[in-house]
Design a binder for this molecule. Structure first.
Ligand SMILES: [Zn+2]
Length: 271
């Protein structure tokens, strides 16, 4: 599959790749600032990613987290350009050893390939006008980290944003932590979000704030229905509708009940 879409936005380039284009989360955008790549894209899209990275040989590769759609080609890029990718400390062991992923994810993204990394520093100077700050944002994954281009107010958000209204969640995600991370990030000064799946989101601060509000509302509603004595599956149907093809195909590893089940437990006062 060739590059699906070229992205260009005030000094940031990107290439959208993906085997399928069924939903927003089945394609992926690899971003580049000058000779620095942000995330490596899924391994089954190597040909398209290679076309993009070969245009300007990268000197650095920064990973936002270990998931296979973000780090799938890190090993190939490392070898091709003789570099050691930077990755958040909490993801480095998994990246080095490799790990198995469920069948649906293997179909959509391919398998992750083990890669040796070096620790992602708190700050990186990429030029006089470009300081990137690493912001740990656990929840989606333990090692999840956003990157803020301070001078421009650009947030490379990895998988923190995705959509204003979440419908599904992975079984290994932690909603309470995710919401706390969003609260932290909203204290930062940024306007545009570069989401790994959604693409460029202008007025991104407002969009992320709306996502948090929607999640808070979901938590309140889920708790209320739980207190009224409804079962978890009744609450899921009430708030997000019945489980769909994605839930079934992933054998509920990615499902509505993962989201709504946790929503009833979140302590909003701790955010
Ligand atoms: Zn992810």
């Amino acid at each position: 599959m060739p590059i699906r879409q070229q992205v260009e936005h005030q000094g940031v380039e990107g290439a959208r790749v993906g085997r399928f284009n069924r939903a927003i989360n089945t394609t992926f955008v690899v971003y580049r600032i000058g000779d620095t790549l942000i995330d490596a894209g899924p391994s089954n899209q190597w040909k398209a990613v290679r076309t993009f990275v070969d245009l300007r040989p990268p000197k650095r590769l920064l990973l936002t987290h270990h998931h296979e759609d973000h780090a799938g080609n890190a090993d190939r890029i490392a070898r091709r350009f003789d570099l050691t990718p930077f990755a958040p400390e909490l993801g480095r062991a998994k990246l080095a050893s490799g790990y198995r992923t469920p069948l649906t994810q293997r179909l959509v993204w391919g398998s992750p390939r083990p890669v040796e990394t070096q620790p992602l520093p708190d700050h990186m100077e990429l030029g006089s006008d470009c300081t990137l700050r690493a912001i740990p944002t656990p929840g989606h994954a333990k090692d999840h980290t956003c990157l803020l281009w301070q001078q421009r107010g650009f947030l490379f958000s990895g998988d923190l944003y995705l959509a204003r209204n979440l419908t599904h969640m992975r079984s290994d995600e932690n909603l309470q932590l995710l919401m706390q991370s969003i609260v932290q990030v909203l204290r930062l000064d940024f306007d545009t979000i570069f989401c790994s799946h959604r693409g460029v989101v202008e007025q991104g601060h407002a969009a992320l704030s709306e996502k948090l509000d929607n999640l808070k509302q979901l938590c309140e509603q889920a708790r209320e229905l739980h207190e009224q004595g409804l079962s978890e599956s009744e609450i899921v149907v009430r708030l997000r509708g019945p489980e769909d093809g994605l839930s079934k195909m992933s054998r509920y590893n990615i499902s509505k009940r993962n989201l709504v089940g946790q929503a009833a437990q979140v302590d909003i006062s701790r955010l």
